[in-house]
Design a protein around this ligand. Sequence first.
Ligand code: CA
Length: 222
Amino acid sequence: MSRVLIAEDEPRIAAFVEKGLRANGFVTAVVGDGLSALDRARSGEFDLVVLDIGLPVLDGFAVLRALRAERCTVPVIVLTARDSVQDTVAGLEGGADDYMPKPFRFEELLARVRLRLAGARESEGEVTVLTVGGLSLDLRTRRASVDGRTVDLSAREFALTETFLRHPGQVLAREQLLSHVWGYDFDPGSNVVDVYVRYLRKKLGAGRIETVRGMGYRLPAA
Ligand code: CA
């Protein structure tokens, strides 16, 4: 299980990120100022840090510089206002880390978190390609393919496909898929899952995802 430190002083954003990450199986901790962020990040207890630039006491740039000066290599994803992306990229000095312009949709952040974690883990032999019956997802490059043919998926479609691939042969209820893929902001009565399953059938093949009447959907285990 991956541990993520969230350094964000706006409670609303911190809660939004924390809730989403927890719903996706991450262990999280939140700090609201730069000094605490530095303390916790250098402790080695986290696999990744989500770091707001505009933090009190010490800003995100200072935190990042201090960490790197100490040769702490924990992956850092910087959160920044959309209108200061240019300054942020310059401030990251060569772009060794990733950044996320605010406001962002949760799955955009999640994709980056996973990408960074996958990169950090490559040497540990973590699975980065999921394959079931000719359908395969590369979690690192975010590429999907069906029988060797590359398929273009949106972030949401990718996340939904990943959920199916992680549970081959299992029936997944709509509510399960909603909370897994849409996380924080879903309406339980929404038909968004059905809509996206339709998209996936168009892109991946009509028979790829089975409807299990009254229960949900299933990706056959091939
Ligand atoms: Ca802030």
